[in-house]
Ligand binder design. Sequence first.
Ligand code: PLP
Length: 387
Amino acid sequence: MNKIYLDNNATTMVDPRVMEKMQPYFIEKYGNPNSLHGFGTETHPAMGEALNSLYVGINASDDSDIIVNSCGTESNNTVLKGIYFDLINNGTKNHIITSQIEHPAIRQTCEFLETLGVDVTYLPVNDDGIVTEEILKQHIRKDETALVSIMWANNETGLINPVKELAAMAHEHGALFHTDAVQAVGKVKVDVQETDVDFLTFSAHKFHGPKGVGGLYIKEGLNLTPLFHGGEQMGRKRAGTVNVAFMVGMGYALDLAVNALDFENKEVRRLRDKLEDAIVSINDTIIIGKRELRTPNTILVSFKGIEGEAFLWDLNWNGIAASTGSACSSEDLEADATFQAMNVDTDLSHTGVRFSLSRFTSESDIDKAIEVIKKTVERLRSISSTY
Ligand code: PLP
């Protein structure tokens, strides 16, 4: 059976060109970049090229820092715990603001910081599912709030927050601003200078790079206590031998993703809209979040009378991969938290199913998915006691 992958917000296929680019750094050029001999130093040009692609990809200035690390989760932990050590533990400030719709990598880290005595505010969203400046303004405390951390795009709904305005509001009140841009980088234009964010998280496996490598942007002039001590790598900002192959892969993957942004916003969007139109034509179906406010690849849908997991099971049986929540935490029923924050009708809320496309999704994938989704909804509703 031809399998169709519509779960690209969980992870993406490595672009074959990225795979090819990484290949030499496993077997031929496997030196430790910190070694003084030729095996070490021959990795340097490729690492420099990769770092350059990362700077260009998010438009970071030469004087800022980009720390290459293991994943988006690590970047988020580095920022939140760094702020704790730098501004909170020493008594300077004691308040962090985040939102109710963040990924667990932010939410659970904030919950951990609360156990250490940090005062954390979890902002609600407006009726469109967006964290607005007005909402932030009601909760931010001048010279008390140390950090505002609001995601660029939500992993469940794809809804995009007004990062530039939120960063400006944070700065006006003397707070630093971080954004978890894991679901934005590679899908929409991300410019750290234009938005004036202080810290930004990204992760290679969401834009057709390898899993297990991510990055953290730190604006020039700022410093964070590192999460890892024990080496001089990354300018002493993140100890641990750098995974050269993955760093090379992430840099090239971002290059390719940025070059494909037009395609993402036209062709991937066209296929997403085609799928969405077909889903909307099914009775008693709601799509979460206005289309024009979302990343071009994402649909979160609720089918009345159908239990999300049963639906996914059926889809999977028919060769289609989708998701009920974030793959890294489906146990948490993260979509439920998002639904609650958005006040979605609870009759429908437990049945959220996410379809997320990529530049590798084809027209025939979408045609087949439409056919299977319609049949599956019909079949499950015919045996449902609540429909
Ligand atoms: N932040 C968001 C918004 C995500 O969607 C994810 C992964 O799903 C992460 C963080 C975690 O990224 P990583 O898998 O690289 O740790």
